[in-house]
Design a protein around this ligand. Structure first.
Ligand code: GRF
Length: 208
């Protein structure tokens, strides 16, 4: 069992509703991440992101950082890096974060950035593949199944090695919204479980 003071420190980057963030926060309280990980900061690039509220309600520091106040994306992400390093974050979880990471963050957090994507990567990932576009593409391709993937983040969109996936069937009368809801339910199980697996296998911290 990881000792209380040895919990992995997670920093999350968010842009929106934050239901995946919620599943992670819940898992830290009473689920698969209990005694294993703790949330130390949630950073949003949008002030109205409901995810910030979720963080506050869970007692986790919530920070809005406006990318428009920085000269370049690189400077913006350097600032994000500083905020994460100040809090000794071990692992970054992207949870519905819509900006593409740039600059030194990849070096500073090499192999320590995870993302969740609402499709079975390597299919239906890449530029422009977010939100309803993903599910519309899946329906247009007449796929029999879809799902969600947690992967390590590298410099290309939705590209790094996949850690874990969960599948769902695609049904005849599905709309993009119906399929999105079915996938999202699985995401909420998948992300905490993938984080746990990551901590166990990549960080090699034994978990009782
Ligand atoms: C999820 O579908 C996730 O896979 C994708 O963005 C969406 C975020 O939803 N990266 P939420 O903000 O976690 O509710």
């Amino acid at each position: 069992m990881v000792q209380k003071d040895k919990k992995i420190k997670i920093g999350a980057l968010v842009s929106g509703n934050g239901t995946n963030l919620q599943s992670i926060l819940d898992a830290m309280k009473r689920g698969v991440l209990k005694n294993i990980a703790q949330g130390v900061i949630v950073i949003s690039n949008r002030p109205e992101a409901y995810a910030l509220k979720r963080a506050q309600e869970a007692g986790v520091e919530a920070l809005f950082l406006d990318s428009k106040l920085f000269g370049s994306r690189q400077e913006y992400f350097d600032m994000i890096c500083q905020e994460l390093e100040k809090r000794e974050v071990d692992l970054i979880c992207l949870a519905g974060f819509l900006l593409k990471l740039e600059g030194n963050i990849f070096k500073k957090f090499s192999e320590r950035i995870l993302n969740i994507h609402p499709a079975l990567l390597p299919k239906f990932g890449g530029k422009g593949m977010y939100g309803h576009f993903v599910h519309e593409a899946v329906l247009n391709a007449e796929e029999k199944e879809s799902g969600a993937s947690v992967h390590l983040v590298d410099e290309e969109f939705d590209h790094g090695p996949v850690l874990l996936q969960r599948k769902v069937p695609v049904l005849g009368r599905d709309t993009a919204q119906v399929l999105a809801d079915r996938v999202l339910k699985e995401e909420h199980i998948l992300y905490p479980e993938a984080i746990r697996l990551y901590i166990q296998t990549k960080l090699k911290i034994p978990i009782a």
